[in-house]
Design a protein. Structure first.
Length: 628
């Protein structure tokens, strides 16, 4: 069996073990309990495709008319949904972007509640007794785990499933390729298309009722992403379609494949930069920026779109700028200008979403975003955008974010916590005080999310450790992994009796070692540079052979502090001991581009390698350093 196949097999066995464990645990976290689409369908008396007939922004009311029955009879009566946020919060930005006349969604209705999926977003509503109007209800951040994609694909999939067939769905990733949805949901990334991680699952009406059970099951999980490289020939063919929507959607799907398809997809996408349909031009431009970021022509196309006299064109250009990845950061100042100068609200909203999606690449936009923290209609999205931008560019926003912690609206308070935890630093400490108090009476979702926020704050949250250890979190591993993230110098995750049935860590909880390590792996991926001190420690332990039974992803911890780890490893390339040289070479290779600063040292070692075997190992390491 190849190394890759073996790795996949091991991961599947671990995921199955997780599912089996969850099946016997008396309590589970809200993410693990998220319903699959089959569960949502089964719980609904009626399901229909609906169309927005009107949206009254002043009254915050959407009128929906049913246009296609999927389950039950088609109703001729329009439904009115009051979408003003709970506790009087502003209408959620994803709803604002969607609720234009003619826009479609799928409505799942039971006796007194309904859920609406408009593709890249969901909301729940409850029947207002005697009023004839449905009122937006409890937030449901778990529903994108059931479906996340186009409305047309959702409608078709529901019909297939009800007919006893299977359908391929795209959902927020939770289980495939060791991805977990914890950070994506806690940090509100499901509202940032192009950023949130997705996976494909095969769905039918007999599938498990919880997402965790389905996504970790080889009978349903099809892998990460909305498409894979085997779909590329068909997608390139669709770029030539007579239908503009088909061309644009094909470009969107190709964008999700990234740099791996550069050699094949660059030419056909470049040919669409002059397409007559603005949506197609911009979709091609954002795709090119993701797969071949050194090209400048896509930036020119998007820049012209941001200056177009038609608001719809500006809005589409802004949306695609956000999807273009770090290379699109060159447009951040143009996006920032739209925030204050554009007369069209939908353009301003799209520009703010694009800035949030670009995150650190849009650092120059931070000064234009900070004033929006004073605007009740924009403050939540501005907080999320500033959190994504991070320090140091967004650090001046921390005092204003701290003021938001005193809001009488929970959505605003949690937006402030999200933003502050991502920006970090000593000025973010008021968020720690807020969470220590909130943990005492937190809901399951709030408690789960606070573990994520405190882990991001790291040592700034050290005085929260007692509260973390005693947190009423149903997931038994999160308190210990959060305590480690706050004080990572205590131990490396796999060293505290962990990895093979150990205790999981001194932070409280614990659990079976393999499950604990999967959660720690997700923490390492997300915390990144915040774990720089541990990168140096691990590099030293690798060289002296005390790193223990390190899993393959342990090398990702080295990459969190690439320069510091490389500084420890590279001198050992000159060791007289072959084993020492090989350990340094392998560690640098697995660090990948994070160890690029060691390239000259590796080339020098290559020139004097005494054996062909050692030369091949160094050449492998050099290739890994330069990999995309």
């Amino acid at each position: 069996m190849s190394h890759v196949k073996f790795k996949i097999a091991v991961r599947m066995m671990v995921l199955v073990a997780i599912v089996n464990l969850i099946a016997v645990l008396p309590a589970r976290a809200y993410i693990d309990l998220a319903p699959t689409l089959s569960k949502v369908i089964s719980d609904s008396r009626r399901i229909s495709v609906v169309e927005v007939a009107s949206f009254d922004r002043a009254k915050h009311e959407i009128v929906l008319k049913e246009v296609r029955a999927l389950k039950g009879e088609l109703s001729t009566e329009a439904a009115t949904h009051d979408v003003l946020g709970t506790e009087g919060a502003a209408v959620a930005r994803p709803i604002l972007q969607w609720a234009t006349p003619g826009a479609r969604a799928v409505l799942f209705t039971s006796r007194t509640t309904a859920v609406v999926c408009f593709g890249a977003g969901w909301y729940q509503a409850r029947s207002a007794t005697g009023a004839g109007t449905w009122k937006i209800g409890t937030d449901r951040p778990d529903l994108p785990l059931a479906y996340y994609g186009s409305v047309s694909r959702l409608a078709d999939s529901i019909e297939q499933m009800l007919a006893g067939k299977s359908a391929v769905l795209t959902v927020v990733a939770h289980g495939a390729d060791n991805e977990a949805a914890s950070f994506d949901l806690a940090l509100n990334r499901q509202n940032l298309p192009g950023l949130v991680r997705l996976q494909r699952i095969r769905a039918d009406m007999n599938m498990p009722q919880t997402v965790m059970a389905a996504s970790g099951n080889a009978n349903y999980s099809l892998g990460g992403g909305v498409v894979d490289e085997s779909d590329l020939p068909a997608l390139i063919a669709k770029l030539k379609s007579d239908d503009a929507t088909s061309r644009a959607e094909a470009a969107d799907d190709i964008r999700s494949l990234g740099k791996a398809v550069r050699s094949t997809a660059t030419s056909p996408l470049t040919g669409l930069l002059g397409d007559s349909a603005p949506r197609v031009r911009f979709a091609a431009a954002s795709a090119l920026l993701k797969i071949n970021p050194k090209q400048t022509s896509p930036l020119d196309v998007l820049a012209k779109g941001l200056e177009n006299s038609d608001a719809a064109v500006r809005r589409e250009a802004a949306r695609n700028a956000g999807l273009g990845g770090p290379a699109a950061g060159a447009l951040s100042e143009k996006l920032a200008a739209l925030l204050s100068k554009d007369a069209d609200e939908s353009v301003r909203v799209a520009a703010l979403q694009a800035i949030a999606t670009l995150g650190p690449a849009a650092a120059k936009a931070a000064p234009a975003v900070i004033p929006l923290l004073d605007d009740k209609d924009y403050m939540i999205d501005a907080a999320d955008a500033l959190g994504r931008i991070g320090a140091p560019a967004a650090s001046p926003a921390l005092p204003k974010l701290a003021q938001m912690l005193a809001s009488d609206q929970a959505e605003i308070r949690w937006a402030a916590v999200r933003g502050m935890s991502q920006i970090g630093g000593k000025e973010a400490h008021p968020a720690v005080d807020f969470m220590v108090k909130a943990l005492r009476s937190a809901t399951e979702a709030e408690g789960y999310n606070m573990m994520i926020y405190l882990s991001l704050l790291g040592p700034v949250a050290s005085d929260a450790l007692p509260a973390v250890r005693n947190a009423p979190i149903k997931n038994p591993v999160l308190p210990s992994s959060t305590a480690w993230a706050i004080s990572p110098e205590q131990y490396l995750p796999w060293q505290y009796g962990g990895g093979r049935g150990g205790r999981g860590g001194p932070g409280g909880g614990g659990g079976p070692g393999d499950i604990a390590l999967l959660i720690y792996e997700d923490y390492v991926r997300e915390l990144g540079p915040r774990l720089t001190p541990m990168a140096k420690t691990l590099a030293q332990q690798i060289m002296d052979g005390t790193e223990g039974n390190m899993p393959a992803w342990g090398y990702e911890l080295l990459a969190c502090g690439g320069a510091e780890a490389a500084a420890v490893l590279t001198p050992h390339l000159n060791s007289d001991d072959l084993n020492v040289r090989e350990r340094a070479t392998v560690a640098l290779g697995y660090m990948g581009p994070a160890a690029l600063g060691a390239k000259d040292s590796l080339n020098a070692a290559l020139s004097k390698a005494p054996t062909e075997r050692e030369k091949r190992l160094i050449e492998w390491s050099l290739r890994k350093l330069e990999a995309d």
